[in-house]
Design a binder for this molecule. Structure first.
Ligand SMILES: [Zn+2]
Length: 410
């Protein structure tokens, strides 16, 4: 995609006028000598100065920056990453995600509503973190003890499954009333446990449709955890906005996803180490072998989906926590996995920025570097189109115009 030239010129003029007028306040910040990868899939620009004001990008121009600007010396400036599938449940994890360059995230499943509470602490300004959109639990036949303890009105599901369209709709209503930003449903069993079979369906098409309708009535959408071909197909037909994992999606379902505009968040990086014999799961041979065999259809599916034009978005499925199996997975891992599936590094970066922003419905505000957008930015020192490893170590992270991490001087 190419952007029209005139907004850049217009804003370059705005920058000059602003500088001539000597306008400068505490909320102004200039990032000078940046090569911009704006998130839309456009190649990097030449050297630019980015003027931030009041948490937003005010202008992007070619002019010399005023004194006090941060000189990026030709480094690469990108939109902050969007991690469209996490399980961030506490302030330390939220801060860790932010410092890794994630300025927006979608939390799809949290225990005891801890993701929801962390979101509220971040929104209130009590702790640093990315913008968080949170599902407040996971709607599936076996709701689990943490869910029932958070919603004791559903105590009847502690020892019995949630089944039927109206009961599912009732649970979705309660989750929305509790403050969810998105609904997560289970369309197939989990992969990360040896005791579950990820090919087995969970909620039926009718139950998934009830969730989609209930969420839609409140202006929200549904993300479906689905591995098995049948579960993925039922979820897509029911009208979910994104498929999470999607391991065994078949050709007919991919075609349907293309027609319906369904997003795919394949979470390759979390699946990959599960199957790594050097990984944390090495002692669990059954789980390890199964995941190893799941990677091939998953990678092949993503390759075909991308070739078809299905929008792919990045998600780590990680906690950003302290020590659990998924804690160390970063968006840069997922970008590297997407490149292995045939996306160019630039396309993989778009999956982590503009595509994910569209999925989350925040694209009017963030996900690209452009005047008027939130100043959610990331700077890396090498060209990530030539060396994606640079994405693991941001030099600078800016969230809503606030500098979160600054290694530029090092
Ligand atoms: Zn997950």
């Amino acid at each position: 995609m190419t952007r029209p030239v005139f907004p850049i010129v217009r804003n370059a003029c705005a920058l000059i006028l602003c500088m001539m007028a000597g306008v400068s306040s505490a909320t102004d910040l200039w990032l000078a000598n940046a090569r911009i990868i704006d998130g839309t899939g456009t190649a990097p620009t030449g050297l630019r100065t980015v003027h931030l004001r009041d948490g937003k990008v005010l202008a992007i121009g070619k002019d010399a920056a005023p004194a006090g600007a941060i000189d990026l010396r030709g480094s690469y400036l990108l939109p902050g990453f969007i991690d469209a599938h996490t399980h961030i449940e506490d302030p330390a994890s939220a801060e860790r995600a932010l410092r890794s360059g994630v300025t927006t995230t979608r939390v799809l499943g949290d225990a005891y509503l801890k993701g929801l509470a962390t979101r509220d602490l971040v929104r209130q300004g009590n702790t640093p973190g990315p913008e968080m959109l949170v599902s407040a639990g996971h709607v599936r036949p076996v709701l689990g003890e943490a869910f029932v303890l958070s919603f004791p009105q559903f105590g009847r599901y502690l020892h019995a499954p949630l089944t039927g369209a109206e009961p599912v709709a009732e649970v979705v209503r309660a989750v929305i009333a509790r403050g969810a930003d998105v609904i997560k449903v289970g369309a197939s069993e989990r992969a990360g446990l040896a005791s579950t079979d990820p090919r087995k369906p969970e909620l039926s098409f009718e139950e998934l449709s009830a969730a989609v309708n209930e969420a839609g009535a409140k202006g929200l959408y549904v993300a479906a955890h689905a591995h098995g071909a049948g579960g993925v197909n039922a979820a897509v037909r029911a009208g979910v906005r994104s498929i999470e994992h999607g391991t065994y999606a078949d050709a007919a379902t991919l075609q349907l996803m293309l027609e319906k505009g369904t997003f795919w968040v394949p979470t390759l990086a979390v699946m990959s180490p599960l199957g790594d014999p050097r990984g944390d799961h090495a002692e669990d041979i059954a789980l390890q072998l199964r995941t190893y065999h799941m990677m091939k259809p998953l990678r092949e599916g993503v390759r075909r989906a991308h070739a078809l034009g299905i929008p792919v978005a990045t998600g780590t499925d990680g906690t950003y926590g302290d020590g659990d199996a998924t804690a160390r997975i970063r968006i840069a891992h997922e970008i590297e996995e997407l490149v292995k599936c045939g996306l160019t590094p630039l396309e993989a970066i778009t999956a982590a920025t503009a595509n994910a922003a569209r999925l989350l419905g925040v694209d009017a505000r963030t996900g690209t570097v452009a005047p008027g957008k939130e100043a959610d930015l990331l700077v890396v020192d090498r060209n990530p189109l030539e060396d994606t490893t640079t994405l693991f170590e941001p030099m600078l992270v800016v969230n809503n115009g606030e500098i979160i991490l600054n290694r530029v001087g090092l």
